[in-house]
Write a protein that binds this ligand. Structure first.
Ligand SMILES: NC(=O)c1ccc[n+]([C@@H]2O[C@H](COP(=O)([O-])OP(=O)(O)OC[C@H]3O[C@@H](n4cnc5c(N)ncnc54)[C@H](OP(=O)(O)O)[C@@H]3O)[C@@H](O)[C@H]2O)c1
Length: 463
């Protein structure tokens, strides 16, 4: 291993870049010990050098000259920490073309352009590391790519967006409306002024795309991942779900099919951590399709993921050898995210990243056997909430439509009408397992019933 210092260029010195600069400058001795050689900050590229930074950047290092920074012969790694997908992609491709390794925290960029970036890296025999891109400080990329390497992952369920989880926690525990919980998240710095990508499920979908690449070898484009956010969630459903024993969480989920036979079905893992796709049920060579989606899901109050509060992230991974594993921690923030970037820098300094990158062949053009299937085939239980006219025969109409689609009912709760007797009343139905496609077909018919006042609300039930 070389004893030459590893030269690092940071492009971006905001929340994450500022944290990485802090670690490199304030923990240089620790990093050198762990890396076996010094890890040295060569340049910090920003837009506005006059802005205050989280740490004093030594004179001469702060610059706006990106080209000079990434072509510095003493720089070995460029850390892209600016975000977005256009300038960031150019930074990454230019850095690779200049012969530098790349570290990035940018899940949107990987989800959009992973194939192009990783092909470019392989062509010049350089490495792209991205531990910080999913779940901030939680080492889920290494867990999936290295620690669980002997497994075939059969399912992933993750709380991957801390902003949404913070808002949901406020709605569930304080009875806040979505708007009030969002305002609180913004006041405390957990949500951006424009929170759209966080609350509409897009950010979680980008992260799921990255995890699905490692676990299943699929290059799922963001538009292939069906998503529903929390921005339309009604406090009424949080309350009704809670009365039934469930907490609503925004989950990013990946489900593999049980077999490649014509009658295959893809199901949520059943209770006690066992999965219908575990090794005793199916040989891993038969696992060929994976369904990916992001949506609010009802989880039993006792479920480990239901207990993840505030801005934390958590991911449950089912492996065919290991069974169920759980990873939890801060999914964002300056130092947690910078901790993951610094770990990538140490791996590059040691030479571990170069060895694993070469064999992993992430985002390679050749197919690794899995294809993305529509969520229509996923079997799940469903929570269905209707606002219906309070008159005889309504329940019979709804249950007949469900029965026509082979959907049986687990429980029904009709809530009392409010003041003024002619208001629609909430009717909550929880189904047994049903295929998503059939459930949606039934939903279409239910919504056309004259007694249904507004379109039905439905969520998957995670047990
Ligand atoms: N924040 C988190 O907790 C977190 C967690 C996980 C992953 N990430 C990811 O990390 C990345 C960075 O996020 P962040 O929150 O640190 O962003 P940020 O606070 O907005 O910082 C962005 C930095 O990039 C610089 N920059 C933007 N455009 C530039 C350009 N064209 N040329 C040079 N510098 C430019 C900015 O310079 P100025 O300072 O001069 O404006 C700023 O220093 C994103 O991909 C994000 O998704 C963030």
């Amino acid at each position: 291993m070389s004893s030459e210092p590893l030269g690092v260029v940071l492009v971006g010195c905001g929340t994450v870049g500022g944290g990485v600069a802090k670690i490199l400058l304030e923990h240089a001795d620790r990093l050198a010990r762990r890396a076996g050689r010094p890890v040295v900050l060569r340049r910090v590229v920003v837009r506005d050098p006059s802005r205050a930074r989280p740490v004093a950047i030594p004179a001469g290092l702060l610059t706006t000259d990106l080209t000079a920074a990434i072509t510095d012969p003493a720089a070995h790694v460029v850390a892209e920490l600016i975000g977005g997908t256009s300038v960031a992609k150019k930074v990454v491709l230019d850095a690779l073309a200049a012969g530098k390794h790349v570290v990035t925290a940018n899940k949107a960029l990987l989800a959009e352009a992973g194939t192009e970036i990783f092909e470019a890296a392989r062509k010049v025999e350089r490495v792209v590391c991205f531990e910080a891109a999913v779940a901030g400080g939680v080492p889920i990329i290494r867990a999936l790519g290295e620690s669980l390497a002997a497994n075939q992952v059969t399912a992933i369920q993750g709380i991957l967006n801390g902003t949404s989880n913070f808002i949901l926690t406020g709605m569930a525990e304080k009875g806040l409306t979505y708007r009030a919980a969002l305002a609180e998240a913004q006041r405390l710095g957990y949500a951006e002024a424009d929170p759209t990508l966080d609350v509409d499920g897009s950010d979680a979908a980008h992260k799921l795309a990255v995890l699905a690449q490692i676990a299943f070898g699929v290059a799922a484009r963001p538009h292939q991942i069906e998503r529903q956010g929390i921005d339309t969630l009604d406090p009424m459903d949080i309350r009704f779900a809670s009365e039934l024993g469930y907490t609503i969480k925004l989950l990013a989920e990946a489900w593999t099919s049980e077999s490649t036979q014509a009658d295959r079905s893809t199901s949520r893992p059943v209770g006690n951590g066992s999965s219908p796709s575990r090794s005793e049920d199916v040989a891993s060579s038969e696992l060929k399709t994976v369904a990916l989606h992001v949506a609010p899901v009802l989880l039993r109050h006792t479920d480990l993921l239901a207990q993840v509060r505030g801005a934390y992230n958590a991911i449950v991974v089912h492996g065919d050898l290991v069974g169920e594993t759980l990873y939890q921690g801060p999914g964002a923030g300056m130092m947690p995210t910078a901790s993951s970037v610094a770990a990538d820098l140490i791996d590059l300094a040691v030479g571990r990243a170069q060895r694993t990158f070469a064999v992993a062949r992430l985002w390679a053009k050749e197919c690794k056997g899995f294809t993305v299937e529509p969520t229509e085939r996923v079997r799940s239980r469903f929570y269905l909430r209707l606002l219906v006219a309070d008159r005889p025969g309504v329940l019979a109409d709804v249950t007949r439509i469900l029965a026509d689609e082979q959907i049986s009912i687990s429980s029904v709760v009709q809530h009392e009408a409010g003041e003024g007797g002619d208001q629609p009343v909430p009717l909550v139905i929880v189904t047994h397992y049903a295929q998503t496609g059939r459930f949606r077909a039934a939903l279409g018919k239910i919504n056309r019933l004259a007694v249904v006042a507004v379109p039905a609300v439905f969520y998957s039930v995670g047990d």
